[in-house]
Design a protein around this ligand. Structure first.
Ligand code: ZN
Ligand code: ZN
Length: 276
């Protein structure tokens, strides 16, 4: 990888590598987990390496895959996260401050990476510059993250976070649906959870305005009200910021009878603000 863009802080990387060790879960054991992560990383890099060579979008190495293996090793290492909202945490904690006092609507949260360089730039390219090809690469990274494979395996459905019709027409695709199709097309449940109000983009609002903005924003498709009753769901989005959107969607799914919801995102912002 070229020229100084990548942080060369081995101590930080060691810290990240060790982060999952205190993930707060007894299953599987540390040895199995180490092997599991190794296998996932191997599968991930092999999955990316099947691509036609080009330049790495991060370090511009040539020839390379869209994200080269060096950049994946540096920027996509698994980190220790809050079990309830996927916020990156010190290894001594299992839950962040917000989740300890107010449990989210969902049962578990998982994230592949932090919403930071280079993922913030690549997500913008994916979403706002109409480059849906990134869905495939992001899905590989999501699958390689700890606990994601079991969550996908256990799920009856993957529910992509819906977009309002107006935004869908502007963008031409729903980024969460594309990610879901790359994760497991057979389990994608489309059109059952609806976004019924075209609310302003969450990113444009102050935290205190987000929940009121989202009240009544989601509903079950009237013709399929019971489709998630008793089902285990993975609710999927590209980015979690405050978590308010996914909380509002989860509340609707739980009211419709969902038995378990894993909130899964590609990138998690690093601010301790979930559901606040
Ligand atoms: Zn690279
Ligand atoms: Zn949390």
């Amino acid at each position: 990888m070229a020229n100084g863009e990548r942080p060369s802080a081995p101590s930080e990387q060691r810290q990240q590598n060790q982060g999952w060790e205190a993930y707060g879960c007894s299953w599987p054991g540390k040895t199995e987990l180490r092997e599991y992560i190794g296998l996932m990383f191997s599968a991930m890099t092999q999955g990316l390496s099947r691509r036609i060579p080009s330049a790495c979008a991060v370090c511009h190495a040539w020839p390379a895959q869209p994200i080269c293996e060096d950049c994946i090793q540096v920027f996509a290492q698994p980190v220790h996260r809050c079990i309830s909202c996927a916020l990156a945490l010190p290894a001594t904690l299992t839950q962040c401050r917000s989740c300890a006092s107010l449990h989210p609507e969902w049962d578990r949260a998982l994230a592949a990476v932090d919403y930071a360089f280079p993922w913030d730039r690549l997500i913008a390219e994916f979403k706002f510059h109409e480059n849906p090809a990134w869905a495939r690469h992001f899905a590989v990274l999501i699958r390689s993250s700890p606990w994601v494979e079991p969550a996908l395996e256990d799920a009856d459905f993957i529910v992509p976070m819906p977009l309002a019709t107006e935004r869908l027409l502007q963008r031409g695709f729903n980024q969460s649906t594309l990610l879901a199709r790359h994760l497991n097309p057979a389990k994608v449940l489309e059109g059952a959870l609806l976004r019924v109000v075209n609310t302003p983009a969450q990113s444009t609002l102050a935290r205190k305005d987000r929940q009121s903005n989202l009240r009544r924003a989601f509903a079950m498709e009237p013709a399929r009200p019971g489709i998630v009753a008793g089902k285990r769901l993975v609710l999927l989005d590209d980015v979690m910021t405050s978590g308010a959107s996914m909380a509002a969607a989860s509340a609707v799914l739980k009211r419709a009878g969902a038995s378990h919801i894993t909130a899964l995102v590609f990138a998690r912002t690093g601010v301790d603000t979930v559901l606040a």
